[in-house]
Write a protein that binds this ligand. Structure first.
Ligand SMILES: [Fe+2]
Length: 232
């Protein structure tokens, strides 16, 4: 019963959280919206989130990593490991195949030579899902971040209100305070990935001004299943 109440609360409050925490704006599909952020919306609009069947993972947590070079094989292995059974839900696998394929194609577009990739799916509930609470950039050429369930990552799409001089400094400053210093949210254009939406961020080795981003703040009841794709 308690689990049911938590899931209902999550459904009720997640939209509320998304609509109030940050400025949300509609974004065109498949476009770089600046030098370092690209948003990939699913090619098929679905009535329901097919990854809803993964929600039971939230109770016990899950952290699955798969090395892949073929999107179909990679997606199948990911799904099998997540569901702990073979022949996982076809719709879920189809979405994963699309995501892995898009990422592989994107690396070609970017002129990146890559023969192998890594996919990771992590299921969490509450603050455990806040892996990177501080504004930062990644030390990779590009990274695909997609919330299969729950909110995506927060990212900024212009330099307004951003102070890069203190980014990625590993000092003892309190996260909240240094976050206010790095990104002035009263003027910065901060956006948050929507459930199901993939955001591709250029990192430090992929451009001059790597994408500034962080994990969203999450209440204790918020379930989140996050997939990240990287180049090996
Ligand atoms: Fe990151």
């Amino acid at each position: 019963m308690l689990v049911l109440i938590i899931i209902l609360l999550q459904c009720q409050f997640s939209r509320c959280l998304l609509s109030t925490a940050v400025k949300l704006r509609p974004i065109d599909a498949k476009t770089w919206i600046n030098d370092n952020v690209r948003v990939l919306e699913p090619s098929v609009k679905r009535e329901r989130n097919p990854f809803g069947i993964l929600v039971p993972l939230l109770g016990k947590g899950c952290d699955v990593t798969v090395d892949w070079d073929d999107p179909h094989k990679g997606a199948a292995e990911l799904a099998t490991k997540c569901f702990e059974r073979n022949a996982a839900d076809g719709e879920v696998v189809a979405v994963l195949v699309e995501a892995l394929g898009q990422f592989r194609n994107l690396t070609v577009e970017e002129g990146i030579t890559a023969t192998s990739f890594k996919a990771r799916i992590v299921a969490t509930r509450g603050s455990i899902g806040i892996k990177c609470p501080r504004w930062h950039y990644d030390h990779v050429p590009v990274r695909h971040i997609q919330a299969l369930v729950g909110p995506g990552c927060d990212y900024v799409v212009s330099e307004n209100g951003v102070d890069r001089s203190v980014l990625n400094q590993a000092d003892e400053c309190e996260t909240e305070r240094i976050n206010r210093h790095v990104v002035d949210t009263t003027v910065a254009d901060v956006r948050r990935g929507r459930e199901g939406e993939a955001v591709v961020l250029r990192g430090m080795t992929g451009c001059d001004r790597p994408a500034v981003h962080k994990s969203p703040e999450l209440p204790w009841w918020q379930g989140r299943i996050l997939m990240t794709l990287d180049i090996m």
